[in-house]
Design a protein around this ligand. Structure first.
Ligand SMILES: Nc1ncnc2c1ncn2[C@@H]1O[C@H](COP(=O)(O)OP(=O)(O)OP(=O)(O)O)[C@@H](O)[C@H]1O
Length: 263
């Protein structure tokens, strides 16, 4: 099932990316609505990170193209913020929390211009929003995983973008931090921002997101959560392996995945 939307924020047109002739994503075609919290769901190696990187122009597609706000990425780059996977970043780079967040301002201006007072205020406000004031002068190498994740989110906030792409922002963070990040994302959505999140936890997916994109190299479904979060579509996405996971969860006496049966 692929729901298309009028005036989309993101459009993928038959996008294919290959690494050494092997497709990581294949012929993906969808449109995503503005002002929604959107989850990207799929098994390990299904192409979620590759898809975000292709949207950000960090990987060149083999074929197809992407449009953001009905324009090319180059025309709207400063309206888009990207938070990569935490483990893909060199955290030994010598920079404080404040310096790292302030870097978010430089996507909006000439990098040779010095940060002005407004830039500094916005950086500090972003640090406050992720509750890292106490750590603002600390080196990023000396933070916990959850704190590093919040630094990156603060840097994206400082960009004051309209579209946010986050690659597994909840990986390795505790429940309290996950809930704080989720509240922040919900607040951003209420201000009209569009937030796209690569997410692994099926237990929370249907509760967190308004819209889901399910991929497994190919696009399986893209639509409103209540329409696509069905056992049938999840089975297609996970290649039938989800049944086994559900049975194991049952054996362990845990609740089943809260999956709706398709009518
Ligand atoms: N730089 C690369 N060179 C070669 N193959 C790659 C490269 N990056 C990713 N791949 C392969 O492309 C496929 C998709 O990878 P990708 O990281 O996009 O998946 P993912 O859905 O984000 O996975 P995960 O859930 O494990 O993070 C995988 O088979 C992966 O091994």
């Amino acid at each position: 099932m692929i729901a298309h939307v009028p005036n989309p924020v993101i459009e993928l047109h038959n996008l294919t990316v290959t690494y050494q002739n092997k497709p990581a994503i294949w012929n993906i075609d969808y449109t995503l609505p503005e002002g929604n919290l959107i989850g990207i769901i799929g098994p390990n190696g299904s192409g979620k990170t590759t898809m975000l990187k292709a949207i950000m122009g960090l990987i060149k597609p083999g074929s197809g193209y992407v449009k953001l706000f009905n324009k090319s990425l180059e025309e709207v780059r400063n309206r888009v913020a990207y938070v990569p996977q935490r483990n893909s970043v060199d955290w030994d780079f010598p920079a404080s929390v404040y310096d790292t967040v302030l870097m978010g301002r430089y996507t909006r201006k000439n990098i040779f211009k010095r940060a002005n007072r407004l830039d500094r205020e916005i950086a500090l406000e972003s640090i406050r929003k992720v509750q890292l004031e106490k750590f603002k002068n600390r080196q990023i190498s000396q933070l916990s995983g959850g704190q590093q994740q919040r630094v990156f989110i603060a840097r994206a906030l400082a960009q004051e973008a309209d579209l946010y792409l986050l690659d597994e922002p909840f990986a390795g963070v505790d429940a309290a931090t996950e809930s704080a990040i989720m509240s922040l994302l919900t607040e951003m959505k209420s201000k009209g921002k569009t937030i796209v999140v690569v997410h692994h936890d099926l237990q929370t997916a249907s509760q967190y997101f308004d819209w889901l994109v399910m991929i497994n190299t190919r696009l399986i479904a893209s639509g409103k959560t209540e329409e696509v979060f069905t056992s049938e579509i999840l089975d297609q996405t996970y290649g039938g392996r989800l049944n086994i996971l559900t049975q194991v969860a049952d054996l362990l006496g845990r609740k089943k995945f809260p999956v709706r049966e398709k009518n």
